[in-house]
Design a protein around this ligand. Structure first.
Ligand code: SF4
Ligand code: SF4
Length: 333
């Protein structure tokens, strides 16, 4: 597919390199090399993903000219911008990035930062300019600004009308849409339904977060012509009913909490415990983590930072009560 106005011809199976942070260097190289050998040519990473860039650099530096590398900077000053870019190039063992993105922008970057991007492009250090965000308002502003060649935003079959209209707007403006969290941060279990859903949009490039060969094999097994048939549609409908839209995506942008509550785990325990094996979530360690939600002082600091505007103190209470009912055998899951 063509990635919007970048005109990059990318394999529709993009590689999201956040999860390989959890793999060893050897495991990462094995996964990345297998992805490359099977035609995956777009790799998305970030300066903030610890050793992810280095792993990609080690695995793919000898085939650099056959792949597209996308990275990100969360810098707030031009000094940090240039430091981040230099570090990313060094880690990735390359002298240019195909796409450089402002990382999780809370608002559109100021003129100084954007001009630094332009200068990097003029100097040939980056080929294209993109932006990633979790905020729908920022995403819309980015499209309207006409300054970006790609937009990276969470998009999955749980997405609502607002996200669908973002995809449409990007298509009209010829902006490449990169879908992050296409498995809704782990809540979606059916990769085939997910793949078929995204496949309906010819301007959307999903970057599948992969950390195991078996996960890579799953995505590689899906034909690029896979369509959303009735069976897959009914899986999606039942997931939408079960999960709804008022759910925590586990992104952790609301953290840290001053009371050290693990919000990104506790605010979605009810969903998690029903979608994955129950027992491992009922150990004394997990009980302590859930009990700590009672320390919430309702300062609402987290709510201001949650890109989905969730009422976190309420979600914490609901998830805790549900958890206790499961623990005490009142609720069977
Ligand atoms: S509202 Fe509660 S969970 Fe949120 S930051 Fe404050 S104490 Fe932590
Ligand atoms: S509460 Fe919001 S910011 Fe925090 S982890 Fe969940 S979705 Fe992310």
């Amino acid at each position: 597919m063509r990635l919007g106005r970048t005109n990059l011809e990318v394999n529709k199976k993009g590689f999201g390199a956040l999860p390989i942070q959890r793999c060893s260097m050897d495991e990462s190289i094995e996964i990345l090399r297998k992805a490359y050998d099977n035609g995956i040519n777009f790799y998305d990473t970030a300066h903030l993903y610890t050793d992810s860039e280095e792993k990609i650099g080690n695995a793919l530096c000898d085939v650099r000219e056959n792949i597209y590398l996308a990275s990100k900077t969360a810098s707030e000053t031009t000094t940090d911008f240039w430091n981040d870019l230099e570090t990313s190039l060094k880690n990735l063992k390359t002298d240019y990035l195909d796409l450089y993105q402002f990382h999780n922008a809370p608002s559109l970057p100021d003129a100084d930062l954007y001009n630094a991007m332009l200068e990097a492009k003029e100097r040939g250090m980056i080929k294209h300019i993109g932006i990633t965000t979790h905020k729908i308002t920022v995403a819309n502003e980015a499209i309207e600004s006409n300054l970006y060649e790609t937009l990276q935003y969470p998009f999955s079959y749980l997405s609502g009308q607002e996200e669908l209209s973002l995809v449409e707007k990007c298509k009209k403006s010829n902006i490449g849409f990169i879908a992050m969290k296409a498995m809704a941060g782990g809540l979606i279990k059916n990769s085939k339904a997910s793949f078929a859903f995204i496949n309906q949009f010819d301007n959307v490039l999903p970057i599948w977060g992969i950390q195991k060969i078996s996960e890579l094999d799953e995505f590689l097994s899906y034909d690029e012509g896979l369509i959303l048939d009735d069976e897959l549609k009914s899986i999606i409908e039942s997931d939408k009913k079960e999960i709804g839209s008022d759910f925590c995506r586990g992104c952790a942008y609301c953290m840290p909490c001053p009371e050290e509550i693990k919000i990104n785990i506790c605010a979605r325990m009810s969903l998690w415990i029903r979608r994955f094996p129950t027992e491992p979530n009922l150990t004394p360690e997990w009980q302590k983590i859930m009990n700590d939600t009672s320390k919430c002082i309702e300062c609402y600091n987290c709510v201001d930072k949650c890109p989905y505007g969730l009422d976190i103190p309420r979600l914490l209470k609901e998830n805790y009560n549900d958890y206790m009912d499961i623990l005490n055998g009142k609720t069977k899951v």
